[in-house]
Design a binder for this molecule. Structure first.
Ligand code: ZN
Length: 282
């Protein structure tokens, strides 16, 4: 598997930047996310943004939340909306210095972090032409750039894990729009981000206070359970999901969702057992 940042090389950045969750974290308050969004011009508008790193002023696209209705969440809690996927627009990227972050945390940056970004990103950053329209491909790059920034500025594990989860959601959306024969490498890439999200959320668990990114503790357990399921780690998956199902703080809807995933896990275990036993037969 190539580096998760292999497509950031064109920005002049280190395409082999490692992602680890053990580095010293700069304490930043995590913020609730998710607003709404869409696709045609009426649903998206330009908002003036001033970059906190280089003071460059630019327009960033954002979604008119009033028109976009939240419908449901996917298995991995990706929010699904009626008209447009707001995930495409949630990262703001300064094309002058390379600073990128979620819109909810864009201005929450310390002087020390600004200095680090100037030294480690802006000094090498090669601007790209602004895309006229955003799509999943653009969103994928922007979110990777946000993750790269988060690593460089020493963000907390939970923030990095959340960006990895979001990238997996963006790939989910991307996969829905491309042809069958192009899905394989993207599917592998998705799994890699799921793995990093899982590792990061596990690593962060001891140090976070809830709610985090809009998740209470049972939801966090659910997420760990479903990520473990995606990774084929069925025993841990069942353990996390059981915590949700017996938890006094868990809402009934979440318990039901956990039960559904647990059924899927059991189904997979059964299929794999059957697969193994039929392999042994003549
Ligand atoms: Zn900037």
């Amino acid at each position: 598997m190539e580096s998760i940042f292999s497509d950031l090389g064109t920005f002049g950045l280190n395409s082999n930047q490692p992602l680890d969750f053990h580095g010293k974290a700069k304490d930043e308050k995590p913020v609730k996310k998710e607003i709404q969004a869409k696709k045609t011009k009426q649903l998206v508008f330009d908002r003036k943004v001033k970059c906190p790193v280089c003071d460059h002023e630019f327009l960033s696209k954002t979604v008119k939340s009033s028109i976009n209705r939240f419908e449901r969440t996917s298995l991995t809690l990706r929010p699904i909306y009626s008209k447009i996927d707001p995930l495409i627009y949630d990262v703001i990227q300064c094309n002058s210095c390379g600073y990128a972050a979620l819109n909810t945390t864009y201005n929450k940056i310390s002087e020390r972090q600004i200095k680090t970004i100037k030294e480690q990103i802006s000094s090498k950053f090669i601007p790209k032409e602004e895309p006229k329209d955003y799509d999943y491909k653009t969103a994928l790059i922007n979110n990777k750039l946000a993750l790269y920034n988060a690593i460089v500025m020493g963000s907390r594990s939970v923030n990095k894990a959340y960006l990895c989860l979001r990238i997996s959601w963006i790939i989910d959306g991307y996969l829905e729009t491309i042809e069958e024969d192009k899905k394989e490498s993207l599917t592998l890439e998705r799994l890699n981000f799921i793995k990093n999200a899982y590792t990061g959320f596990l690593e962060a668990y001891e140090t976070i206070s809830f709610p985090v990114f809009g998740m209470n503790q049972p939801t966090y357990y659910y997420l760990l359970g479903v990520l473990a399921f995606e990774l084929g780690d069925y025993s841990h998956s069942k353990r996390w999901l059981s915590k949700v199902m017996v938890g006094e703080d868990s809402q009934q809807r979440l318990k039901d969702k956990a039960r559904d995933v647990k059924d899927l896990v059991n189904q997979k275990i059964k299929e794999e057992k059957e697969g193994q036993s039929s392999e042994g037969k003549p």
